[in-house]
Structures are given as structure tokens and as C-alpha cells.
Write a protein that binds this ligand. Structure first.
Ligand code: XBP
Length: 259
């Protein structure tokens, strides 16, 4: 049992965060822009507009998304090199542009994220990451948006190619749990997409969803709670689905009740 200043967190030992769309709105104005810059740099006449990118988000992982786009939208596309190498090169370029974007104009965290990380850290509840995005891109986001030392508070970063099967497979959550050395009933996951929710639930985790522009119409029946954002004391969340036990913003006591 963790005993801290009068609050007993008997069950909750860790919060596992998804990254893109959950910690920060990185997709539309971050990853999407970086993909397009890489396409331009390679003289490709491809352009992923906001709507098309919404469709492509069904596919997790930057490399996987490019591959899916080529096979489903460009049936006659041909190159004089191996497709794997071409995709790897394009993704490397894209990742450089993404990190440049973060460094020049860091993407703000979603409402309530920083407060929750601080609350968890100060109460001895671990924080961890389970993301489809590449490790370097996750670390760059944490460093530019949270800064240090907060970025180093994450006990575990499970991301990208550390597992073979990306979300909606549960593998990345299972890896995070293994590295945390905790069982699913001691943790809560925070996600923003249906694929992420499926992955977390299949790993046995109770999952809270904070929706965004791209995901608000998705099905979240399996979530324990669905919110518009995590909220703050003076900026309460809106409950879309589930029980909030009278709380107005997402905090550790609500997380404890939910698990
Ligand atoms: C987000 C993703 C990623 C990013 C691109 O994953 O789906 O594919 O769009 O990242 P999550 P990379 O919501 O699980 O964080 O280019 O680094 O793969």
C-alpha cells in the first residue's frame, strides 16, 4: 500500500498514457505536417489533408501508414528500390521534420495532463507510456512539451517497434505492464482512439478515453469512462460515457475508484 499524506492508493500503482492525441494533439498539426514535408522533399506529389489523414489514422505507426497509403491509394506506384527501404527512408525524413516542428514550436499538452502527471509523481503512483509512435518521437514530445525533470519521471516508455504487432494488438500494453512489473488491475490506461482502447482492454486494463476531433465519433463502449478532456479544478471535464463519482476533473481518487 502506498500511504501519502492521508490518501491511501490501495490499488492504483501506475497510470499508463497513450501519447499522440492523448498527451498532446500531435497528429493534425505535428505528424501530418511532417509527413507532407517529407513527401515534398522527395518530390512526391502526395499530400495528406486533414480529412485524408483522419482516414489514415486507422493505421497506427508512421511506416505502416505510408505502406497502407501506397497499397490502397496508389495502386500503380512503382520505385527502383526495395519498398521497405523506401518507406524507412521516408519515415526517417518525416521523423526529422517532426522533431524540428516540436523544437521550433512545441505542441502544448492537453488539458489536465501535466497536473495529473505531477499529482501521480508526488503521490508515488508511477507514470508510463504505451505508444505506437517511434521511441525517438515520443521522447522528443515529452522533452519539448514537459521539459526536464518531468520528462524523466516516466518509469517506462514502451513504444514503436519494441513490439511486432502495434495497436489494436495488446502487445505494447503488455510490454509496459511487464516492464512496470505490475498487473493490469493495479493500473489505469488513458487513450484517445478506439484502436488504443482495444489494445489496452485486451491487455486487461481499465481504460479512460479523452476524445479529440479525429476520434469523437468512434465507439468507446469498452471504456470505463469517456471524457472530452481530463479537466482542471476550474475547467471541469464533460462526461460522455461512464461514472465520474461526483468528480469534476480526472484525479487519482477518481482513478482509484475506477479500478
Ligand atoms: C500514434 C500513431 C503514430 C504517429 C506517427 O500512436 O499512430 O503512428 O501518428 O508516429 P499512439 P511515428 O496514439 O499510440 O501514440 O511516425 O513515430 O510512427
Amino acid at each position: 500500500m502506498i500511504f501519502t499524506g492521508g490518501i491511501n492508493f490501495m490499488n492504483l500503482k501506475a497510470i499508463i498514457f497513450d501519447v499522440d492525441g492523448t498527451i498532446a494533439e500531435t497528429e493534425r498539426d505535428g505528424h501530418r505536417i511532417a509527413f507532407n514535408r517529407a513527401f515534398e522533399r522527395e518530390n512526391l506529389s502526395w499530400h495528406w489533408d486533414v480529412d485524408l489523414y483522419g482516414e489514415l489514422l486507422e493505421i497506427g505507426g508512421g511506416k505502416e501508414r505510408i505502406r497502407y497509403y501506397i497499397s490502397n491509394y496508389l495502386p500503380s506506384f512503382n520505385i527502383n528500390q526495395s519498398l521497405d527501404e523506401f518507406i524507412a527512408h521516408l519515415h526517417l525524413l518525416k521523423s526529422r521534420y517532426y522533431r524540428q516542428l516540436l523544437e521550433n514550436n512545441s505542441i502544448p499538452l492537453r488539458l489536465g495532463v501535466k497536473r495529473l502527471i505531477q499529482e501521480a509523481y508526488s503521490q508515488g503512483v508511477k507514470v508510463a507510456i504505451a505508444s505506437t509512435a517511434s521511441v525517438a518521437n515520443v521522447e522528443a514530445l515529452l522533452e519539448t512539451s514537459l521539459g526536464n525533470p518531468m520528462a524523466s519521471w516516466f518509469e517506462v516508455i514502451a513504444a514503436g517497434d519494441m513490439v511486432e504487432r502495434k495497436k489494436p494488438a495488446p502487445d505494447i500494453y503488455l510490454l509496459a505492464l511487464e516492464k512496470l512489473n505490475l498487473s493490469p488491475h493495479e493500473c489505469i490506461a488513458i487513450e484517445d482512439t478506439n484502436q488504443g482502447l482495444t489494445a489496452a482492454v485486451k491487455a486487461g486494463l481499465k481504460t479512460v478515453v479523452t476524445v479529440n476531433q479525429y476520434t469523437e465519433k468512434q465507439n468507446f463502449d469498452e471504456a470505463i469512462l469517456v471524457l472530452n478532456h481530463l479537466g482542471e479544478k476550474d475547467l471541469p471535464f464533460r462526461v460522455i460515457q461512464g461514472e465520474n463519482y461526483g468528480e469534476k476533473y480526472f484525479n487519482l481518487s477518481l482513478a482509484e475508484k475506477l479500478i
